[in-house]
Design a protein around this ligand. Sequence first.
Ligand SMILES: C[S@@+](CC[C@H](N)C(=O)[O-])C[C@H]1O[C@@H](n2cnc3c(N)ncnc32)[C@H](O)[C@@H]1O
Length: 248
Amino acid sequence: MNIQEIMARFAIPAILCLAALGCAYYFYCLSALRRLSSLGLEETADFIFGPGLGLVGALQLRGEILPFLRQTFGSPPKVVAEIGRAKGGTLAMLCRAASPEALVISLDLPGSRHSGPLPLFNKGGWRLPLLRAMKGPRQDLRLIDGDSRSPASAEIFSKALDGKKLDLLFIDGDHTFEGVRSDFEMYSGFVRPGGVIAFHDIQPGYELELGVAVSRFWKEYPLPGKRAEFIADSSQLSYGIGALRLPG
Ligand SMILES: C[S@@+](CC[C@H](N)C(=O)[O-])C[C@H]1O[C@@H](n2cnc3c(N)ncnc32)[C@H](O)[C@@H]1O
């Protein structure tokens, strides 16, 4: 049997097998997320940093996002938002940390910059059931797809809030200096006095390679309020969460 005959005989069954495995993994993640929606933060972290990592994982360090969410709020936040969703890992964590009746907003331009190794993997309606399964049964989840820098996105964001103010805004979208500055300047006004704005990737890392400049923004921009840092290891490249509690 020559190579063409071998390919003809085995390629189609191999592709079908991979597709079946992919579908099985998708439905496994979907049902696991639905079960988790009424469980705790720890169980959610176990899943998104464990078996769910490939499909719904977070681009975070567990040792940073968990302490940040546990230690920053006296009581579960009621109105929370993120800019930068990727596979939805932080969204799952925010839903679990928020109150059972919380309003949760997630704004993302799927497939855009700083999305991890497979940016286009986050595009498409096939991901919606997974994202919706992350919320608790009584939570109100608003998924907004758009460029955070566009006034149209800010308008949709404002409508989703419907006059409410955010307890937490998690900024993890466009990681360039201009991108973070724009997200801070356009969306910080939606956060209540005394609320928290968190920035991901405050550790220096891939500045030259990818234009990531959150660490420079965190150091240089005159941010108002009290700061706290959640960094697993001070010598690590990238990651790190900077939390800013606004005055008031
Ligand atoms: C690092 S990922 C977010 C990771 C996610 N928070 C997590 O930890 O699981 C950055 C995300 O921001 C999105 N993004 C980049 N530029 C954006 C922009 N201008 N507006 C909205 N989203 C943007 C990317 O498509 C990507 O999904």
